[in-house]
Design a protein around this ligand. Structure first.
Ligand code: SF4
Length: 364
């Protein structure tokens, strides 16, 4: 299959691996930002075939994992209301809140539905004018244009029974927060290719320069990831702190300008809390005042929520690249996909979910 098979070709993988081995002369820590890349790395055993000098650590690029507990609890409260149809992508349904998850709300009679796009949620609103339809708008820059489009379209059509519970986060502020930490280990980033397809990579250039960290927008297939690592190692070995694009078939320096314009029309940048990491200034997207009728947090009175995070979950440390999932004492014991203590065990992009699925139970 074009654009797939050639990015999974073992012969090409061997060539790139040989090139990496030839290039590397000293230890480097490289963080793949996106959980999709983490899954590709673990599934294909990429971290196990690399020379021992290269350590891959897993980044915070799993939007489900970093959605704050308060927002999950708000989703549970809204979804439990009698006149609400609560819609969401599937992987949010098993994310544990303080006391339950959306599946449990559904089993208790809540009208919780899985949708595959925010426009599908808008269609449900169109077809159910006597109900309030809420879409759980979680994600990075990648999904923001589609979510912005749903609000924009609802306003154009005069649909008033649609709203979004928004937990949108932005990648560059999280990258700089990790680099600014005294505990930081990251020396190069593989940036998330799909985020860069929307945003381009201009905003990464000052980060690379200021923190002396090469940044490589990288795709998700095994050849993409290996090529991203090779480019990162070449830049590190040369002491060259710039952005080099691996994901040529999808990413341009300016990104997708019409998509960016739509996002800026509907949302504005503000402070956002990240689960396990804390508040990061200017790291989230909020619904602008002009569209406040579509803001579920304003529409529903779910303010007084007291959250209770599991004291065993170390997901925040894992998402900063400081530990690996199997180093969590609860991994595979109290915490499994069927009984998760943290979101990283159930998200399709979660690092703990990847380690559990591919049975990485110790350092190889
Ligand atoms: S294994 Fe479970 S408890 Fe441990 S960090 Fe991952 S999600 Fe949290």
């Amino acid at each position: 299959m074009k654009y797939l098979d050639e990015f999974r070709d073992p012969a090409i993988a061997k060539q790139i691996l040989a090139e990496i081995k030839k290039t590397v002369t000293k230890p480097w820590v490289i963080m793949e930002v996106c959980g999709g890349q983490t899954h590709s790395i673990i599934k294909n055993g990429i971290d196990q075939i690399l020379p021992k000098e290269i350590e891959l650590v897993h980044g915070p690029g799993c939007p489900v994992c970093v959605t704050p507990l308060e927002i999950i609890d708000k989703a549970l409260a809204i979804a439990s209301l009698p006149n609400v149809i609560f819609t969401s992508f599937g992987d949010m349904l098993r994310v544990p809140g303080s006391n339950k998850d959306l599946f449990q709300v559904k089993s208790e009679g809540g009208d919780v539905r899985i949708v595959y796009s925010p426009l599908e949620s808008l269609k449900i609103a169109r077809n159910n004018p006597d109900k309030e339809v809420v879409f759980f708008a979680v994600g990075f820059e990648t999904t923001a244009p589609g979510n912005a489009m749903a609000i924009h379209q609802a306003q154009r059509e005069g649909i008033t029974n649609f709203s979004e519970l928004v937990s949108h986060v932005l990648v560059p502020p999280a990258m700089t927060t990790l680099l600014s930490s005294p505990k930081n280990r990251v020396q190069a980033y593989l940036a998330a290719g799909h985020v860069c397809a929307i945003m381009g990579w201009r905003e990464y250039e000052p980060i690379a320069k200021k923190y002396k960290v090469p940044i490589v927008p990288t795709g998700f297939e095994p050849i993409d990831v290996l090529e991203g690592i090779l480019l990162a190692v070449q830049l590190l070995e040369e002491g060259c702190y710039e952005v080099t694009n691996q994901y040529l078939r999808a990413v341009q320096r300016d990104g997708n300008r019409p998509a960016q314009d739509l996002v800026n029309k509907v949302y504005e940048v503000g402070n956002r809390k990240w689960r396990g990491i804390g508040e990061i200034p200017q790291s989230g997207l909020m619904i602008r005042n002009e569209y406040s009728n579509y803001d579920a947090e304003k529409k529903f009175n779910v303010g007084n929520i007291i959250t209770q995070e599991s004291d065993k979950c170390i997901a925040g440390i894992i998402l900063q690249g400081l530990k690996k999932p199997h180093e969590c004492p609860a991994f595979g014991k109290e915490c499994t996909p069927m009984n998760p203590l943290g979101a990283t065990m159930v998200s399709s992009e979660g690092a703990c979910a990847a380690y559990y699925k591919y049975q990485r139970i110790k350092n190889d």
